[in-house]
Design a protein around this ligand. Structure first.
Ligand code: PBG
Length: 315
């Protein structure tokens, strides 16, 4: 077979979890469809190894990304594939986010072996590892008991099966990609369970030194412009909040014709205080909007909520 590519195959670096591999294969398929040759290289990260600690306790930024970034630097891989949600808000100076792939539905879902399960009915133990989901549960379903649930999707579902929880909360995107749709008991509404910045999109990272022609070809094949614009706004919000994944903040941008809408906020760990701000503007101003919205949230009490969260974490 003849190929249009005259250079060496694109080496795609990925974590080894099933979701990560799905994402890497999604990238590989898309690149092949664009006439490129690819190799997938699996790399184990700290986030995959340390399963007995809650993510906000491991604390280090980028527990899922560090090893992949090192491989970009030393040239072992050309691109790294991440869940956009797991990419820290500020990436190292020598690397860049080249592309964001078209976003899957962005909401959270309730997963249970009981198809009739409904949040808030009776005594329920809900598994989650995200401070955002835990805080939102406390606010909107004050009677549920939340329990730590870490690990990759298969591990979490196994824990659910073992009876550790009545249900768990997950991102729809991962559930759909792993074909666990049949276990969805409830779809959580976007107006209350606002997702984490970047949820549902796949991010492509590379070293700034990757040859320009290669970068352009990759971007052309993989980048979804509307998703990219939305993620610029959400990530600027996250960066300005200095949130990281351990802070219960959330941000969701949507693009409708030529109007970008950004809704974002923060919630206290006990769920008592919820701040949500919304803003519309031009997609050209995506990053400025994220920054402005963060400043609005901070000045309206978000700074105090953040300080309290940091104090609780340090104690
Ligand atoms: N932090 C783990 C993680 N990173 C991305 C996803 C789901 C898929 C996505 O949002 O792209 C998940 C699991 C979850 O939150 O349910």
């Amino acid at each position: 077979m003849e190929t249009t590519s005259t250079t060496s195959p694109i080496r795609i670096g990925t974590r080894g979890s099933r979701l990560a591999l799905w994402q890497a294969h999604h990238v590989a398929d898309t690149l092949r469809a664009n006439g490129m040759e690819v190799d997938i290289i699996t790399i184990t990260t700290k986030g995959d190894l340390v399963l007995d600690k809650s993510l906000d306790k491991i604390g280090a930024k980028g527990v899922f990304t560090e090893e992949l970034e090192e491989s970009l630097r030393n040239g072992a891989i050309d691109i790294a594939v991440h869940s956009a949600k797991d990419v820290q808000s500020t990436i190292p100076e020598d690397l860049e986010l080249l592309a964001f792939m078209e976003r899957e539905q962005v909401h959270d879902v309730v997963i249970s072996f009981d198809p009739l399960f409904k949040l808030g009915e009776g005594q329920q133990v809900i598994g989650t590892s995200s401070t955002r989901r835990r805080s939102l549960l406390k606010r909107f379903y004050p009677n549920v008991i939340t329990a730590e649930c870490r690990g990759n999707l298969q591990t979490r579902i196994q824990k659910l099966k073992d009876g550790q929880y009545d249900a768990i909360l997950l991102a729809y995107a991962g559930v759909a990609r792993m074909q666990y749709d049949h276990m969805i008991a409830q779809h959580l509404p976007l107006d209350t369970f606002i997702p984490a910045a970047g949820q549902g999109s796949v991010a492509i990272e590379c070293a700034k030194t990757l040859p320009l022609e290669r970068k352009l070809n990759l971007k052309l094949a993989l980048d979804h412009k509307p998703t990219h614009l939305c993620l610029l706004a959400e990530r600027a919000y996250l960066r300005t909040m200095e949130g990281g994944c351990s802070i219960p903040s959330f941000a969701l941008a949507t693009l409708d014709a030529d109007t970008l809408t950004l809704k974002a906020g923060i919630i206290s760990l006990d769920g008592e205080e919820l701040l949500v701000e919304e803003m519309t503007g031009s997609p050209e101003d995506a990053e400025t909007m994220g920054e402005q919205l963060a400043h609005a949230v901070l000045s309206r009490g978000g700074d105090r909520i953040l300080a309290e969260i940091r104090k609780e974490k340090d104690s």
